[in-house]
Design a protein around this ligand. Structure first.
Ligand code: HEM
Length: 155
């Protein structure tokens, strides 16, 4: 019963986390891109992203702990990076990428917004929107592959 409970905790946390990424990417970004005032746009983006990043740090930790626990309890460490665990490999790539971004988030945004005169805020928003779409697509692929590979074992 322990493995199903931890899997459920893992998936619920993934839902909160990737659900947040979807909300920012699909709802917030198109709204920001349509907004007229460039400064207002940047400030709004920063306040939304600040709240999300604070929550995402907890999600990454919980998903990491439950994910590695599942690997240990289902005895799959030795099978990592093989076709049998393709879904988990995708999960690890996505998790590593998010961990890196969240760890260096301040430095990344400081660089992106460093010189408002040099960089056009509208172009920055389009660039950030594309980066969010990329990371969302990767995350959904991890969910898709995780479920597909895990449930293919039964058929
Ligand atoms: C350190 C990172 C992670 C590790 C070690 C990990 C590991 C695992 C393991 C071992 C399972 C059970 C699969 C099985 O029994 O074969 C699982 C399930 C799952 N994981 Fe992850 N995971 C991680 C991150 C993620 C991320 C980032 C996502 C989504 C973006 C994700 C989505 C899922 C889903 C949807 C399932 C349920 C699959 C199912 O049973 O239908 N995981 N994970």
């Amino acid at each position: 019963m322990l493995v199903p409970i931890i899997t459920a905790m893992h998936v619920v946390t993934v839902l909160l986390w990737i659900g947040g990424v979807s909300f920012v990417t699909i709802i917030i970004f198109p709204m920001l891109v349509r907004m007229g005032d460039s400064l207002e746009k940047v400030l709004m983006f920063q306040s939304v992203e600040n709240v999300f990043v604070r929550l995402a740090r907890y999600y990454v930790v919980v998903v990491g702990i439950t994910g590695f626990l599942l690997l240990y309890l289902t005895d799959q460490f030795s099978k990592l990076f093989t076709m049998q665990t393709l879904g988990i490999t995708f999960m690890l790539i996505v998790w590593g990428l998010y961990s890196f971004i969240l760890l260096f988030e301040r430095k990344i945004f400081a660089k992106v917004f460093a010189d408002n005169k040099k960089y056009d805020p509208d172009k920055i928003m389009v660039l950030l929107s594309r980066a969010h779409w990329f990371i969302l697509a990767l995350s959904l692929t991890a969910v898709f592959m995780g479920v597909l590979v895990n449930h293919s074992k039964n058929f």
